[in-house]
Design a binder for this molecule. Structure first.
Ligand SMILES: Cc1cc2nc3c(=O)[nH]c(=O)nc-3n(C[C@H](O)[C@H](O)[C@H](O)COP(=O)(O)O)c2cc1C
Length: 238
């Protein structure tokens, strides 16, 4: 039973995990062709191009997490697994027009933060990495200490031990020596610290522009191009 939870193929869910959107079309077959097939096609379960875990914690900047999910959805053929902390739900309600249930609906799978048997809690469940966006100092500290008492810190721990991409969009200011030390040490352990520091050279018209640029640069770290922001290409002639 537990084996099934931990080792299932794409689509496996645990009692506390849920799935929202259908698997994207993957076979690319032309169904309008009237000629009957002459060969038997065996369907081999294929994994989407990328499978990314998105965790949202209770640091301010809930919209960063929401826009990350939207960008991954827009890219297509990327399977997203979402974990939200209790305080993420509170900041989503306070800072945005979204309800946490609307945010969950943006992901392919959502996992309860207390569900330590969710597929993402095991290194044997293959993923292409995890982004914690925004990442609170509390979750940073838990990841730094390897203290896996919730699914976010456990999954981040898995990313580090499996040498997978782990991006922490840490958000706090000013930073204490404890914060800086934790960031340095998780970087040494393999994580990428990517604070949502805006690039003003894009001459943003509004906050959305700044967020799109930040999200675009974060997803660059997974080899994904949102094409949703202007890149620096040298001084522009007026
Ligand atoms: C409106 C609001 C904004 C917050 N902003 C931050 C922040 O920017 N950085 C941070 O580390 N914690 C911030 N916190 C505190 C965290 O929510 C708190 O430390 C919480 O325990 C984090 O838990 P989590 O990482 O499990 O979500 C904020 C809390 C609230 C209510």
């Amino acid at each position: 039973m537990l084996h099934n939870f931990l080792h299932g193929a794409s689509g496996t869910i645990t009692p506390q995990s849920s799935r929202h959107s259908p698997e994207p079309d993957s076979d690319g077959m032309n169904t309008s062709n009237n000629t009957p097939p002459t060969t038997t096609i065996t369907t081999v379960p294929t994994r989407p191009r990328k499978r990314i875990v998105v965790a949202i914690t209770g640091a301010t900047g809930a919209l960063l997490g929401i826009k990350t999910l939207l960008a991954l959805r827009a890219l297509g053929n990327i399977e997203t697994h979402l974990i939200m902390s209790k305080w993420a739900e509170a900041t989503i309600k306070y800072e945005t027009d979204y309800h946490p249930s609307n945010v969950r609906a943006l992901a392919d799978y959502t996992h309860n933060i207390s569900d330590m048997a969710a597929p993402v809690s095991s290194g044997s469940f293959k993923t292409d990495g995890m982004i914690v966006v925004p990442c609170s100092m509390k979750t940073l500290a838990a990841i730094h200490a390897g203290f896996c008492d919730d699914l976010i810190s456990r999954t981040a721990d898995v990313m580090l031990k499996e040498r997978r991409r782990l991006v922490l969009v840490v958000r706090e200011t000013p930073l204490s020596e404890i914060h800086l030390r934790n960031m340095l040490e998780v970087t040494r352990a393999g994580a990428v610290i990517a604070p949502p520091v805006p690039a003003f050279y894009i001459k943003p018209g509004n906050v959305e522009d700044l967020i799109d640029q930040s999200v675009g640069r974060m997803l660059d770290l997974f080899g994904l191009d949102t094409e949703g922001f202007e890149r620096w290409e040298g001084w522009k002639k007026e």
